[in-house]
Design a protein around this ligand. Sequence first.
Ligand SMILES: *[C@@H]1O[C@H](CO)[C@@H](O)[C@H](O)[C@H]1NC(C)=O
Ligand SMILES: *[C@@H]1O[C@H](CO)[C@@H](O)[C@H](O)[C@H]1NC(C)=O
Ligand SMILES: *[C@@H]1O[C@H](CO)[C@@H](O)[C@H](O)[C@H]1NC(C)=O
Ligand SMILES: *[C@@H]1O[C@H](CO)[C@@H](O)[C@H](O)[C@H]1NC(C)=O
Ligand SMILES: *[C@@H]1O[C@H](CO)[C@@H](O)[C@H](O)[C@H]1NC(C)=O
Ligand SMILES: *[C@@H]1O[C@H](CO)[C@@H](O)[C@H](O)[C@H]1NC(C)=O
Length: 517
Amino acid sequence: MYSLLPLVVGFCLLSTVSATATIPNKIYGVNLGSWLVLEPWMLPGEWLRMGGQDCERFHCADCIRSEFAFVQAYPNTADQKFNEHWDTWFTQDDVNELKDLGINTVRIPLGYWIVEAIVDRTTEFYPRGGLKQLRRGLEQLKNAGIVAILVHHAPPGVSLPNEVFTGRCTTDVEFYTDYNYHRALIWAAVMTGLSHLHPDFSTVFAIQAVNEPINDANKTPGYGDYQKNFVKTIRAMEDLLGIKVHQSRRRHHSRDVDASDSLNVTSVFDNMINQGPCGYEKEICDVLREALPILIDISFELPGLSFGSISGLDRQPPIMTNFMDFSWQYNNASNPADAAIGPQGYDDHLYYVFGGVADPNPDAYLRSICNLQRVQNDANNRNNPLWFGEWGLATEFNNTDEFLVKWADAQKLAYSKGAGWIFENFKIEKSEEAGDLAREWSYPEAVRRGYFLRDPAALHDPNVCDPYISPANSTATNSTATNSTAATSTGFCIIRFSSSFKKLLFVYLCLLVFMCL
Ligand SMILES: *[C@@H]1O[C@H](CO)[C@@H](O)[C@H](O)[C@H]1NC(C)=O
Ligand SMILES: *[C@@H]1O[C@H](CO)[C@@H](O)[C@H](O)[C@H]1NC(C)=O
Ligand SMILES: *[C@@H]1O[C@H](CO)[C@@H](O)[C@H](O)[C@H]1NC(C)=O
Ligand SMILES: *[C@@H]1O[C@H](CO)[C@@H](O)[C@H](O)[C@H]1NC(C)=O
Ligand SMILES: *[C@@H]1O[C@H](CO)[C@@H](O)[C@H](O)[C@H]1NC(C)=O
Ligand SMILES: *[C@@H]1O[C@H](CO)[C@@H](O)[C@H](O)[C@H]1NC(C)=O
C-alpha cells in the first residue's frame, strides 16, 4: 500500500501545473438560468422593458416570449439588447456572492446559437455575441475557483414543444432528426475544443448533451444513437488534442499524460480539415471537419484562444460527458450508460411544484423526498455518479417558512446521497412583476431568509428525515450513500477499497492529493 505514495506525489506535481477541471468531491451548485438562454419568468420586468411580452406558459407561441420571437421582432436591435442583458444579469457581484456562499459548481444553460456558424439565418433567429460573454463569465468563475458544466439546453430544431427554455416556443419539434443531431454534434466538438484550448474554459469539467429531452422515447427517434455519437465526438476531439481515455472497467476517470510529448494543434487541425486520415466513423469525421474551421474562425474573434503547440503538462483531463439519467424517458428508452467512453456523469431534475410527485401537503412531500430511491436505482443501472441538476423550493401548496427550512434540508440530504445538487436558480428578479418569486427560486435569497444555511454542506437538522423514513427504505438509503460517495470522489481517487483500514488510508491519500491541488 505504501508504494502508492510516490504515485500520489507524482499526480500532485502534475496537478499543480494543470487547472482544476474535475468534478468536486460533492457538488454544491446553482444554475446560471436566464443568462445565455433567457426565460422571461425569472425576470418578468426586464423582459417587458426589453420589448418582450407576457402570455401564458403553454401559449407562449402567441406573443414575444422567447429569444427566437424577440430577435424576429427586433432584428436590428436584438443583439445589443441581449448583450445588455448578458452584461447585467450575471456579473462579478454575482460571482462574489456565489463564492461567499460556498458554491463550487455552476451549470450553464446554452443555446446552439452560441456557435453562430451552425445557425441557419434564413429561418432561425437568435442573438449574436454570446460566446464572448460565456468566456467573460467563465474567467470570473475560474478566478473564484468555481467549476462549470456546459449544458446544451436549447439544441437546434427545438427539443420540446411550447417551452421557452428551448429558445423558441413552438409545437414544431425538429431536434430529433439527423440534420439537427449533426448540428448538435458540431456544437459539442466546438465546446470540447474550447474547453481544452481556451484557458478561461479550463474549469469546464462536463458537457451535457441535451437538457430534458421529451420523456416519451417514442417521440425521440435516434436519441440513443445521438448519445453514442455525442460521446464519440468528444473523445475524437480529445484524441486529436492528445488526450486519451483508457477504456477499462473503471469508468470514472483515466488520464494519460505524457509530459514529454507536445503537439502542434494547427498542424493536426490542418491535416484533418484537408481530408487527412480520419480513424473514426464517417459521421464523426464529418463533424470534426465542420467543427475545426469553426473553431479556427472563433480564434480570430475570441481573445485568448490560440492553436500553438500544447504539451502534455498543459492538457486537461477528459471532459465528463453528461446526460439526463436513464429514467428520464419511458417507452424503451436508451440507457446513456451504454454510450460511455471514459468519465461520464448523469443528471436528474426534480420539481415537486409541477405535480405528479407527491400529494400536495407538507407531510407527503417530506415522506417522498426522505425515501427517494433515485440515486440507488440509477446506481443499479450504471448511472453513477448522479447529480440533481435542477430543483427548487416551490410547492403546490401555500408553505410556511418553517416548512421551507425542513424542505431545504431534506432535499439537500436526498441529493447529497448522489454526487450533489445544483439549485434552480442563482438569481430571480426582485420587482413588482416578479412578486415573491425569489423566495422559492433564488438560492442567495433563500439563504438570506434562512431556509439554507450559509455553508451549503450544513443542515439545520441532519435528522430532519428520521420521522419520515419507512423502515423498508432505510437500509437501501444507507448502502447507496456509501456507494455514491466512493464513486463521486475526484478522478484521482477512483480506486475503491473494501476494508475500513484501507478506506482510512484511501481518505488519507486523497487528502494528500487535495492539499497539493
Ligand atoms: C505548426 O504547424 C504549422 C502548420 O503545419 C506551422 O506553420 C507552424 O510553424 C507549426 N508551429 C510550431 C510551433 O511548430
Ligand atoms: C427496445 O429497444 C431496443 C433497441 O433500441 C430494441 O432492440 C427492442 O426491440 C425494443 N423493445 C421494444 C419492446 O420495443
Ligand atoms: C454499488 O456499486 C456497485 C459497483 O459499482 C454496484 O454493482 C452496486 O449495484 C451498487 N449498489 C448500490 C446499492 O447502488
Ligand atoms: C394561498 O395563499 C393565497 C394568498 O395568500 C390565497 O389566495 C390562496 O387561496 C391560498 N391557497 C390555498 C390552497 O390555501
Ligand atoms: C420507500 O418509500 C417510498 C415512499 O414512502 C415508497 O413508495 C417505496 O415503496 C418504499 N420503497 C421500499 C423499497 O420500501
Ligand atoms: C449501513 O451500511 C453498512 C455497510 O456500509 C452496514 O454494515 C449497516 O448495517 C447499514 N446500516 C443500516 C441501518 O442499514
